[in-house]
Design a binder for this molecule. Structure first.
Ligand code: AMP
Length: 191
């Protein structure tokens, strides 16, 4: 079973690449951002609470997202595997994910990190904001805060997975197909 953490800052292309990867490898897409936005659209208590963090570019509390991921894994435990997109975002989330997978006798196969500089990310996010309707993609100060949170809370995960021998960096500035092909090369090496 493949368990792939698709890692990278906001705007790196994780969503775009996830869509292509789930189709090619028949995997389940676990995007905590998508799940939170769906909760908000459905007007649930969780969604409304989470939105208070999302609009500021802050992280939703760990226990909330860990609970959501746990449900999704349980529901799909007999699948070919999972692409984790936008999760884990903190060391606490990564540790919880390891523990959760261990309960099912599985583990993370690889962390594939899309590398893109902040100038390019800002351009991409502002462009996406024009059509996505996402308030957090439309405001430059929110975007800057998302980078700050990413650098402080999320970037340390690279060492977390590197220490487990699971990290691979991918140049996210290539074309969509070029990035996809680099990702596939790495995934094909997983047994
Ligand atoms: P994304 O769609 O991954 O860019 O996520 C959008 C927003 O949802 C983030 O800026 C956070 O506020 C929240 N969010 C998504 N995933 C997580 C997570 N794993 N941990 C905490 N907050 C998250």
């Amino acid at each position: 079973m493949k368990n792939i953490v698709l890692f990278g800052p906001p705007g790196a292309g994780k969503g775009t690449q996830s869509e292509k990867l789930i189709e090619k490898y028949n995997l389940i897409h676990i995007s905590t951002g998508d799940i939170l936005r769906a909760e908000r659209a459905a007007g649930t208590h969780l969604g409304i609470k989470a939105n208070q963090y999302i609009v500021k570019g802050e992280l939703v509390p760990d226990d909330v997202v860990i609970g959501m991921v746990k449900n999704k894994i349980k529901e799909n435990i007999n699948s070919n595997g999972f692409i984790y997109d936008g999760f884990p975002r903190t060391i606490a989330q990564a540790k919880a994910l390891d523990q959760l997978l261990a309960e099912f006798n599985i583990s993370i196969s690889k962390m594939l990190a899309l590398e893109v500089n902040e100038d390019e990310l800002t351009k991409r996010l502002l462009l996406r904001g024009k059509t996505s309707g996402r308030a957090d993609d439309q405001n430059e100060s929110t975007i800057r805060n998302r980078f700050k949170v990413y650098n402080n809370e999320t970037l340390p995960l690279i060492d977390f997975y590197r220490n487990q021998g699971k990290f691979a960096g991918i140049n996210g500035l290539n074309s969509i197909d070029g990035v996809f092909s680099d990702l596939c090369d790495n995934i094909d090496k997983i047994n």
